[in-house]
Each structure stands twice: as C-alpha cells, then as structure tokens.
Write a protein that binds this ligand. Structure first.
Ligand SMILES: Cc1cc2nc3c(=O)[nH]c(=O)nc-3n(C[C@H](O)[C@H](O)[C@H](O)COP(=O)(O)OP(=O)(O)OC[C@H]3O[C@@H](n4cnc5c(N)ncnc54)[C@H](O)[C@@H]3O)c2cc1C
Length: 395
C-alpha cells in the first residue's frame, strides 16, 4: 500500500487529505500537525479573540472526521527533519515515518521586525488558537494595547482587541493602512471606520523599542513618540516555513520552490499553501492554499494536475466594513483605471483594465452588491463594458 505523509493540517494539508480519502484508493495516509486542535478556520481567529466565537465554533474537521476516513492524524507532533534519500521524516521525539509521497504544507510563521524588547512576556503574535489562548489569559490586566502593523491582519487584531480592551493603537510604517491592498482613498475609508469605533492610528511610524521590565509598558516609536501599553501584538507580515524543506536539501527561496504540478526539487515531495513559492509568488491567503491542496492531493496519488496560479483576493471582515481588493491593483501595469467615489454614501470603487479592456483588478470599499460580479469578471477576464452592462458596476 502506498504511504503518503502530509506535514501540516491547515487548509492546504487538510484539503489534500480530503481529496485523497475521496479518491477511494488503497493509501496509508498520515497527517502531522504541531497543534493540539484538528483543522480549524485560521481566518476566524480574530473572532475568537474578540469573543464573538469560541474555539469549537471554528473547527472545520473534528478528530472523528479523520477517524471515519482512516486518516491517521498526529496531533501535537512536530516533524523536525526530512530525509529524501531514505524517504523518511523524523519527528522531534525521534520517531521515524517512511513515505512514498510527501506533502509539505507547514504554513507560515509571523515575521518579527527588528525591535528591541520583543522577548518580553506580554508581546504576542496571532497565528494559532494557542496564541489566542495566551493573549486572552492576559486580557484582564490590559487597559491599553498596541498592534504593530496596519495590514489586514493587524487591523483584524486591533478590532478584536477593541472588543475587550479600552485603548487600542495601531502603529504602521506606511502613510496609509492596508497599503498592500488599498490605495490612499480606499484606505482613508477603512481607517475612518476603525477610528469611529475608537481605534487610534500612528502612521508613518515604526516601533523601535518595547520598554519596561519583564513586561512591556511602552512602545517607543522612531518619531520620538512613546505609546503606553499593557500588551503588544506584532502583525508585521509572515514568513513561509521553509526549514523542513531545507533540512532535506530541497530548493527554497522565500518559500519552498515548486513547479507547475506543485512538485519540489525532489520528485516525490510536493509543497502547498503559505509555505510554497511558485514563479516567485508566495500567496499567504486561504483560497490559493485550498486550491493548491486540491491539486497536491490529486498529484500525491498519481495525478499530474497543473496549478495555474490563483487570483489574489483580500476581504476585510471587521467592524461592518465591506472591502475587497483583488487581482492586479498596480496603476503602472494597467492600461486604464476607472474610479467612482461617492463620499455621501461612503463608497469607493476602482477598476483596473488591461489593453483589451478586460478587468484585471479592483478595489471596492463600502456597502456594495457587485462583489460577486467583480470576482467573476476577474476570473473569467470579461471586458469591463460587458460586466458593466450585466451588473452596472459604475453608474
Ligand atoms: C488571524 C489570521 C487571519 C487571517 N485572515 C485571512 C483572511 O481574511 N483571508 C485570507 O484569505 N487569509 C487569511 N489568513 C491567512 C490564511 O489563514 C492562511 O493563508 C492559510 O491558513 C494558510 O494555510 P496553510 O495550510 O498553508 O497553513 P496553516 O494554516 O498555517 O497550517 C500549517 C500547518 O502546518 C503545521 N506545521 C507547521 N510546521 C510543522 C512541523 N514542523 N511539523 C508538523 N506540523 C507542522 C501546523 O501545525 C499547521 O497544522 C489569516 C491568517 C491569520 C493568522
């Protein structure tokens, strides 16, 4: 019987396991995760932190799901090393597991910026349910909190904290929030909405030092300002986990390098999710990791499916803000840019078209019903006129 090992039980690994089990082949399938919990919706961690949902609410596959499908789920088992020559992986306790095919889907870890004082007791990042538990265990003593990073995850963390803490300040190095996903105008609406619920912003500012004793009491910024705080959450981006691939001598750059079938530099080893890099792209978001998991699952049992890349698509899901940012949003790469802003309705739309008048990117902020049409238009590369005739994107 073919032995398949999957390292990682996030959306990439779990989707691959699901595909393999549905194929009804004779496969001895093991899935490893460092975490105590089976597969859960990582994108909803902010809800658990803010108290809107419990850890149980966000579990997508419980342990019974794995048992029913004959998948051997190894919880709290960290794989420390892979040996592609002997085709074995070793866990940190010395256990050895052999394979015919291996999938690396270990995700990413929070990027820690060069700030002194990061090792203090009340400095956290938000990646796992364990992180949520640690943060929550200290919240009773917190009146002021600082979030370092005003990207999508930073804003979600700030919103979650604001449900539990009196004062929340976001420190962002760029002059706008969500600078990777939005332009100045779109960002202005998002920031204003978050300010209206009491979140403070320090833009154009970097935290350079976290001061205090064992616990942080202040964040010192490069602007000379000092922000008092009882807790710091670092949300300064992610770094794909490449260490396992490196332990086996596989090719890595920012992520684990894969070809169009998601194979790494070793033919029997695949990679998917936040950890992988294809054509210089690391995605770091849920839908591509899920799409890659599907393809990796098929290829682990003999398929030769090709991954064509995914649409980059971001959605902010806090404070009643409707915002999506999708596709190519670079004015220099677009032939034409169409903008429609209605301040009175707090709506903002920006569409990016290529030389064939096809929609290649969009930013939408505000209460709008055209999100599905826009996403569909981006996926099918419809012309803007065609889309506008069907859905009245701009009026
Ligand atoms: C708070 C938060 C909010 C987010 N919001 C959004 C959003 O709104 N939209 C969006 O598209 N994306 C969002 N994301 C990103 C999204 O969650 C990730 O892109 C996605 O979860 C990546 O899935 P993955 O399977 O590659 O990795 P992960 O979900 O990180 O899973 C990695 C798995 O690998 C295991 N693992 C790692 N190393 C080892 C090892 N050595 N041994 C054994 N197991 C190991 C881990 O335990 C885990 O099971 C958010 C992320 C966070 C943290």
């Amino acid at each position: 019987m073919s032995k398949v090992l999957i390292i990682g039980n996030g959306v990439a690994g779990s989707t691959a396991a699901s595909v393999i089990s549905r194929a009804n082949q004779e496969v001895d399938l093991k899935v490893f995760t460092r975490e105590k919990h089976p597969f859960y919706q990582r994108t909803r961690l902010g809800e658990v932190l803010g108290g809107k949902s419990s850890a149980k609410d966000i579990i997508l596959h419980d342990t019974q799901w794995y048992a029913e499908r004959n998948i051997d789920l190894q919880l709290e088992t960290t794989v420390g090393k892979i040996d592609p020559e002997k085709k074995i992986v070793k866990n940190e306790l010395g256990g050895k597991f052999s394979y015919n095919k291996l999938l690396l889907a270990p995700g990413a870890k929070p990027l820690l910026p060069p700030i002194s004082g990061l090792n203090k007791g009340n400095v956290f990042s938000l990646r796992t349910l364990k992180d949520v538990r640690k943060i929550k265990s200290q919240l009773n003593n917190v009146k002021d909190a600082v979030v370092i990073g005003g990207g999508l995850l930073g804003l979600e963390s700030a919103f979650a904290l604001k449900q539990r803490v009196q004062n929340v300040t976001v420190v962002e190095a760029l002059p706008i929030v969500m600078g990777k996903q939005l332009d100045k105008t779109g960002s202005k609406y998002v920031q204003a909405r978050l300010e209206s619920i009491g979140i403070d912003f320090k833009l154009n500012a970097r935290a350079k030092e976290l001061t205090g004793g064992k616990l942080v009491t202040s964040a010192v910024l490069n602007t000379g300002e000092t922000v008092r705080t009882d807790m710091v959450i670092i949300s300064a981006g992610i770094s794909p986990r490449t260490e396992l691939a490196e332990s086996g001598g596989l090719e890595t750059s920012r992520g684990i390098i894969v070809d169009k079938t998601l194979r790494t530099s070793d033919d029997e080893i695949f990679a998917a999710g936040d950890a992988m890099e294809q054509n210089g792209r690391c995605y770091g978001i849920w839908p591509p990791a899920q799409e890659q998991g599907k393809i990796a699952g098929k290829n682990l049992i003999g398929g030769e499916k090709v991954y064509e890349g995914s649409l980059s698509y971001f959605k902010l899901k806090v404070a009643g803000i409707d915002m999506i940012s999708a596709g190519i949003r670079d004015e220099e790469r677009a032939r034409e840019v169409l903008v429609n802003e209605k301040e009175s309705e707090q709506t903002y739309k920006k569409f990016f078209l290529n030389e064939n008048e096809e929609l290649i990117g969009a930013i939408l902020v505000g209460n709008q019903s055209c999100y599905p049409a826009v996403l569909n238009g981006l996926r099918t590369r419809k012309t803007f006129d065609q889309l506008n005739a069907e859905e009245q994107l701009i009026n």
